[in-house]
Structures are given as structure tokens and as C-alpha cells.
Write a protein that binds this ligand. Structure first.
Ligand SMILES: Cc1cc2nc3c(=O)[nH]c(=O)nc-3n(C[C@H](O)[C@H](O)[C@H](O)COP(=O)(O)O)c2cc1C
Length: 200
């Protein structure tokens, strides 16, 4: 099978890309609006892209032509956000925060989650999340109706025990992030991992 993307509708481009570029990590992003209300939403068009400086990027599509999702709108104003990572225990609440509430209503309140103060930025993180990266917007690329938010990472909150404090290596078996699989509603667990040692 071959597919010519130049004649494919964007909804079908989404099905093909989101079905085959898997598994994807999920950024569970918190932002604040001018009134201080905390917004939370998941984004699986997400990854980290470098360490010098440390950068993350995720891509909220526009809700309608020219109209950003609340996350992108808040970042445009405050230039700060937190990327929280959800584990298996939080997966259902993470998905529940994808509901499109009216602007200014908090998905944390409707899903029983708590906001905890960040250290370097004003945007709170999700207290229950095992990992949270405090970020400042570096740039937002607008490509058609996609917005790609690139942020530098300034501070991290990591549940005790996940990383070895000396080596900063992950303690395998304690961190259970979920991955995004094919649309509309598929996910994977990350409990079945194996090692392939690189050649010298
Ligand atoms: C697991 C998951 C991943 C998602 N990934 C994206 C994404 O990468 N880009 C996007 O625009 N929407 C994505 N969505 C949909 C948004 O979460 C949804 O539109 C949400 O209402 C946006 O919230 P906001 O308007 O508060 O920013 C995803 C939803 C789920 C459940």
C-alpha cells in the first residue's frame, strides 16, 4: 500500500501518522490564564529534542482555523508551561483532562487532581504526577493549523526513588509512563522493556 499525502485530507493524514508513529510519549501540560486558573490537557505530538539547552516541544492543533486551544493561548500570554508525565495510575484522569471545557474552567478541578506550586515559574504542576518539567516558551512555530511549542526546561520535580541520586539513571521498574497508540483511543503500557547494548 502507498499513500500520496499531497491529496490526503488532513483527518486522514492524522489517522495514518498517529496510527503508525507510535508509541508516543504524552505531555500532560499545565498552563495558567490571566486570572490564574490552571488549565490541563494531554498532547501526544510531543518529545524532547535536545539537552544543550534542554528542550521539549509539543504541538496543539488549532481548535478552529486561527483559534488556538486554551493551552496554546495561555502560553502565548504567559510564556510558561509545565510538562507533567502521567503514569498508569493517572492515565484515566489524564485522558479525562482532554475534555474541551470553556476557557477559564480548570480540568484539574473536574478530574479531582491538585495543583502544586512550581519552583522556577508561576505555572503550577500536577501534584499527583510522578514527573513535572517546568518550561519557558522558546518559540511557537505556526505551520498551517498546527502550533509547535518549543520550550526550554528550567526545573524538574521527580518522585523520590525514580532516579538514582548519584548517577541520575532511571531505576527500572518504578516508572510506568503510558504511551499513545493509534487513534482514537489506544494506549500502551511500558512494562515490557529490554536492553540492546550499542556497538563501541
Ligand atoms: C492522549 C491524548 C493526546 C492528545 N494529543 C494531542 C495533540 O498532540 N495535539 C492536539 O492538538 N490535541 C491533542 N489531544 C486533544 C487535546 O487534549 C484536547 O483538544 C484538549 O481539549 C485541549 O485542551 P485545551 O483547549 O485546554 O488546551 C490529545 C488528547 C488525548 C486524550
Amino acid at each position: 500500500m502507498e499513500i500520496n499525502f499531497s491529496t490526503l485530507r488532513s483527518a486522514d493524514c492524522y489517522k495514518v501518522l498517529a496510527g503508525l508513529v507510535t508509541p508516543r510519549p504524552i505531555a500532560w501540560v499545565t498552563t495558567v490564564n490571566d486570572a490564574g486558573v490552571v488549565n490541563a490537557a494531554p498532547f501526544s505530538f510531543f518529545n524532547c529534542f535536545g539537552s544543550n539547552p534542554p528542550i521539549l516541544a509539543f504541538a496543539p492543533g488549532n481548535r478552529e482555523p486561527g483559534l488556538p486551544k486554551d493551552t496554546a493561548r495561555n502560553i502565548r500570554n504567559s510564556r510558561e508551561f509545565v510538562v507533567n508525565i502521567a503514569d498508569e495510575a493517572l492515565a484515566e484522569q489524564m485522558v479525562a483532562t482532554s475534555t474541551a471545557l470553556p476557557y477559564g474552567e480548570s480540568e484539574l478541578e473536574t478530574t479531582g487532581l491538585s495543583a502544586a506550586a512550581s519552583t522556577a515559574i508561576a505555572v503550577p504542576r500536577i501534584e499527583e504526577a510522578p514527573v513535572a518539567f517546568e518550561c519557558r516558551e522558546w518559540a511557537t512555530l505556526e505551520i498551517g493549523s498546527n502550533r509547535m511549542v518549543v520550550g526550554t526546561v528550567h526545573h524538574a520535580h521527580i518522585r523520590d526513588g525514580l532516579l538514582d541520586p548519584e548517577t541520575l539513571r532511571l531505576n527500572h521498574g518504578l516508572f510506568h509512563p503510558v504511551g499513545r497508540m493509534a487513534a482514537p483511543d489506544w494506549y500502551c503500557r511500558t512494562g515490557d522493556q529490554y536492553e540492546i547494548v550499542r556497538p563501541e
